[in-house]
Ligand binder design. Structure first.
Ligand code: PMP
Length: 423
């Protein structure tokens, strides 16, 4: 696939500044949701005329949609390197995927998580409907090696019975890549399983269940250059098959009588209701495009942009780049930072209103991690995340804007400015 295949929709959209000038939008919020690939948009247009309920209608459109939906499942299986017999369940998002797994683990399962997790992977295990028993939260590890040792010791000392380690492959706060192969080995040698939250990894790097040996993987379409509303849980079938259906309703049922219900097998068992066919088809289209792309070239390009951004920010006095494991640890294209003397929300508002740069500010749904990484005096951070539409000009504009704002401060107090111009 060439350059064009990995182009994003809306790359040339212009946005208004407070000065009245219009500039090309510099999107640095890919980690929240990435714009659609143009190829995904085309696939959506192809599928739309056949819009119909899958697994239900007998009409031609239903047949086409059902076929597209099941082909999408095969594309996703290839994308995540699913092993023979692994399940691919379409869900709404990574959050949905991990909540499904929390309801599918064997009763009383010990779950080990790190405090570094996104709330989607930190919280489902202790939430309503979860079948997990003890949840062990490991403190932030000072190094990848410490993460591996902490997991080894927690899993090794857990009570007999089912155990699950849940780890995010790439942090949505720091971009840092976690040692998934080693953690998988540790989990397996302790007789445990591992689920990998790959929401932030797969938009940047390939991930394979077969190659890593991981038991489950979860990710979202909207971070992978597809529209909102679709996600995936893929992996081992036995726990999922033994669990009660995630939702009760049509599609999950094989037979309903006055006396009871016979539920379907996987994957329909956990896909009750009319499936999101366009969500699955577009997510799969993104998987296909990324699998066929020259991933090495894309990776090098992104790493060069990331270096340019981090080097640029490092030259600005008062800027702190948040990281758990030091500057050289491999990262995907995500940088969270703070600027001394500038509140993160004011900085983010000024970047948008004065420079047309879209970032995110806050604690990024990873409160435990982000708070621990903040230098004293700061309560929130700004996150700049890169993707396929990011250019050197965007990076230079962001760095230049932060340098100016660090010196002169925002033009306005954005809390007081009309929110139409300071969104
Ligand atoms: N895990 C990670 C690492 C994430 O970054 C996110 C999204 N910020 C999620 C899970 C949740 O994804 P979604 O909102 O699509 O459910």
């Amino acid at each position: 696939a060439g350059e064009e295949a990995v182009g994003v929709v809306g790359a040339d959209v212009r946005v208004p500044l407070v000065t009245g000038e219009w500039v090309e939008y510099a999107n640095f919020d890919y980690a929240a949701s990435a714009p659609c690939l143009t190829a995904v948009h085309r696939r959506l247009e192809e599928a739309l005329p056949y819009y119909a309920s899958v697994h239900r209608g007998a009409g031609f459109h239903s047949q086409v949609s059902t076929d597209a939906y099941e082909r999408a499942r095969r594309s996703v299986a290839d994308f995540v390197g699913a092993r023979q017999g692994d399940a691919v369940v379409f869900v709404r998002s990574t959050t949905d995927a991990l909540n499904l797994l929390a309801r599918s683990v064997p009763d009383g399962c010990t779950v080990v998580v790190f405090e570094a997790e996104h709330h989607a992977s930190l919280l489902p295990w202790q939430h309503r409907g979860s079948r997990a028993g003890r949840v062990v939260r490991l403190p932030l590890p000072a190094s990848p090696g410490e993460a591996v040792e902490a997991a080894r010791s927690a899993l090794g000392s857990a009570p007999e019975g089912p155990r699950l380690l849940c780890v995010t492959a790439a942090s949505n706060v720091t971009g840092e890549i976690w040692p998934i192969e080693e953690l998988t080995e540790v989990a397996h040698s302790a007789g445990a399983r591992i689920v990998v939250d790959a929401a932030q990894l797969v938009p940047h790097r390939a991930f394979s269940l077969a190659a890593t040996g991981a038991d489950y993987v979860a990710f979202s379409g909207h971070k992978l250059y597809a529209p909102f509303g679709s996600g995936v849980l893929a992996g081992r079938t036995d726990w999922l098959r033994a669990a009660a259906p995630y939702l009760a309703g049509g599609g999950a049922t094989a037979n309903v009588t006055e006396d009871g219900v016979r539920w379907n097998d996987l994957p329909a068992r956990h896909e009750a209701g009319s499936p999101n066919v366009l969500g699955a088809v577009t997510l799969a289209a993104a998987c296909d495009v990324l699998s066929a792309a020259d991933q090495e070239r894309l990776h090098e390009r992104e790493q060069a942009l990331l270096r340019r951004l981090r080097d640029g920010l490092a030259r600005i006095p008062g800027v702190h780049d948040l990281g758990l494991w030091g500057g050289d640890h491999p990262r995907v294209g995500i940088v969270s930072f703070v600027v001394d003397g500038l509140a993160a929300d004011q900085l983010a508002a000024a970047l948008s209103a004065e420079y047309g740069v879209g970032v995110r500010d806050g604690l990024f749904c990873a409160h435990l991690l982000t708070r621990r990484l903040l230098p004293s005096g700061h309560t929130q951070a700004v996150r700049a995340s890169l993707g396929l539409g990011t250019t050197e000009e965007h990076v230079d504009r962001l760095v230049g804007a932060v340098a100016e704002l660090a010196t002169r401060g925002p033009r306005w107090n954005y809390e007081l400015v009309d929110d139409r111009i300071a969104p």
